[in-house]
Design a protein around this ligand. Structure first.
Ligand SMILES: Nc1nc2c(c(=O)[nH]1)N[C@H]1C(S)=C(S)[C@@H](COP(=O)(O)O)O[C@H]1N2
Ligand SMILES: [Mo]
Length: 565
């Protein structure tokens, strides 16, 4: 029997070898993905596959718990899982080197399978996973070979380079435990099987070879991973092309923004959300970086008399509109952050569709659903009737004076004021198809979400924040309210179970943006609950009934508890 310390060391080094082999595979895969495309990296590919297969309740929980960090948490979760399996494979490889190596290959196959199953996969996307796994398997095989070689080839090398079984300390330890000197094959030793060397002492392996190989592999893997993450050769053209875009002036400017659109209350959101602060919701682990030069938008389907494609430059040459629009996600919880406002520049979508022969159902058109498809295979469906009812639905190319950021859909995204993002705001758009709700279910409607989802009238208290301790006296309570394309008529606040008090409404440039509001609260000491409710221009007051985000948006009133000093 080997000593307990020896066994522990052996297992530790085996596990370490597994993790090193796995890390090597991931590092090399990242480097390969720099040449092939970020989406082909195994963690990104597996993450994408996991996102697409996650049941809606789990997704809702993840968004609630981790917010915009959900993607980071997913990546870390995958890495943790891989680490655990790599540990196990490394320990397995101590006894069964081929099995361990084969296990690494299996993970490569999983990565390759995930990459190949992505909606827009190309065959080369499997290469980073497969190549890297092959290398990882070799690394594991070699490292565990060095770990197990000590017993087999206890030649001069081992004697010179390790404490050696002949050394006084280890032979004493070995004799203590097993009565057998570690160098001799122990016929009675339970650990000893054919081809597996005995471990009499902790030091009996090719220590120098192992350390050298492990060090070299570790450094090379870290370097290739680091370079791979930074290199990103496939998106250089897109980045350069985006920087070269000059947005034309709009033919129709946004309505003037009234002064006082943003009451100057500390803690109240700015009226316009800066691009870097604009909320982001999508399923893309690797943000698509589309080169507009090769990009085409295809328009076709039921009732399209003139199917056609558009290039990016062609779209920019059309008459553009500039509009201020607030976008909201259906996953926004009451009081949540998934709502933002920007100044958008784009091609009016209604006229573009009508010019291609599209008519709404109310005018006898055969299609009631407009399906937008993105370069990453996402599908979103909007009612044709709504898109053509005269509102400022657009193919946006500009956001707050900039070409769309990659995260927000460069080169072109869709927007329809009044509809939640998942049924209107397709980013990285590449196809518009006229069809029916009966014939086609989109990505989200296949996953428990409603096919039709107008934005629900909502309001949020931005200040005070929960558990703030304002001083007694006049405390400004302020926030935002939205009912895109209908408009906000009234916002009311109440303290505890008191009467509803009318907040002062800031002016707005249009009904398509949120509206800011302030109420001066004569605050008295003690703990108080502030509550807000909005009424839209159709006369609908927000319900107090709480509903979750699935299937068509949360309801209920935002409340904030504060402790007045
Ligand atoms: N291609 C693509 N477009 C997409 C999505 C997506 O996952 N993929 N998410 C949609 C959802 S759910 C919302 S709320 C908006 C969010 O847009 P933003 O990230 O620019 O705020 O984009 C929509 N467009
Ligand atoms: Mo969304």
């Amino acid at each position: 029997m080997p000593s307990r310390a020896g066994r522990l060391l052996r297992l530790t080094l085996g596990g370490f070898s597994g993790v090193l082999a796995g890390g090597c595979a991931l590092g090399v895969a990242e480097l390969a993905a720099a040449f092939v495309g970020e989406q082909a990296g195994p963690v990104t590919a597996v993450g994408g596959a996991v996102i697409d297969r996650t049941p809606t309740p789990v997704k809702v929980w993840a968004v609630q718990t981790f917010g915009t960090d959900d993607k980071l948490v997913l990546r870390l979760g995958i890495l943790l899982t891989l680490t655990l399996f790599a540990l196990a494979l490394g320990m397995t490889a101590l006894r069964h080197r081929r099995v361990g190596a084969a296990g690494v290959l299996v993970f490569g196959l999983i990565g390759a399978g995930a990459a190949a199953s992505r909606p827009m996969a190309r065959w080369i996307d499997v290469l980073p996973s497969l190549g890297a796994a092959a290398l990882g398997a070799i690394v594991l095989y070699v490292l565990t070979g060095q770990l197990t070689s000590g017993g087999r080839h206890l030649g001069a090398g081992a004697e010179a380079l390790t404490e050696g079984p002949a050394g006084p300390a280890s032979s004493a330890a070995a004799e203590d435990e097993s009565g057998a000197v570690g160098t001799q094959p122990t016929a009675a030793g339970t650990e000893s099987t054919a081809g597996t060397p005995p471990y009499g002492a902790a030091g009996s392996f090719d220590r120098r070879g192992f350390v050298l190989t492990a060090g070299a592999v570790g450094v090379a893997s870290a370097a290739s991973g680091w370079f791979g993450r930074r290199l990103d050769l496939t998106s250089a053209d897109a980045v350069a092309a985006r920087e070269a875009v000059t947005l034309p002036a709009p033919g129709s400017r946004a309505a003037p923004v009234p002064s006082g659109v943003h009451p100057r209350v500390r803690g109240l959101s700015p009226f316009f959300t800066a691009n870097r602060d604009f909320y982001r919701v999508d399923t893309a682990l690797a943000v698509p970086k589309v080169d507009p030069d090769g990009w085409r938008l295809r328009l076709h389907g039921k009732g399209v008399s003139e199917p056609r494609t558009f290039g990016f430059r062609e779209l920019l040459e059309r008459d553009l509109i500039e509009r201020d629009i607030t976008l909201t996600c259906v996953s926004n919880e009451v009081g949540g952050e998934y709502v933002s406002t920007a100044r958008w520049l784009g091609v009016p979508l209604g006229p573009l569709l009508r010019a291609a022969g599209v008519r709404p159902p109310s005018e006898g058109g055969p299609a009631d659903q407009l399906v937008a498809r993105s370069v990453d295979g996402m599908t979103l469906g909007s009612p044709v009737e709504v898109v053509l009812d005269g509102r400022d639905a657009m193919l946006a190319v500009g956001m707050n004076g900039q070409p769309l950021p990659f995260r927000h859909g460069f080169p072109v995204r869709m927007l329809v004021p009044g509809l939640y993002g998942y049924v209107s705001a397709c980013k990285w758009l590449q196809e518009l198809e006229l069809t029916t709700f009966r014939d086609y279910d989109t990505y989200w409607t296949k996953r428990d979400w409603a096919a039709r989802a107008p934005v629900k009238t909502q309001s949020r208290i931005d200040t005070p924040k929960p558990f703030d301790n304002p001083k007694a006296g006049t405390v400004p309570v302020a926030g935002v309210a939205w009912a895109q394309h209908t408009g906000i008529e009234r916002v009311e606040v109440r303290v505890d179970d008191g009467a509803w008090q009318r907040a002062e409404l800031a002016p707005v440039p249009s009904q398509d943006t949120w509206r800011q509001w302030v109420w001066q609260w004569p605050a008295t000491p003690g703990s108080h609950t502030l509550q807000v409710r909005a009424t839209d221009r159709d006369g609908n007051t927000q319900t107090a009934r709480r509903a979750g985000t699935v299937p068509d948006g949360a309801t209920g009133r935002h409340q904030v508890v504060v402790d007045v000093r």
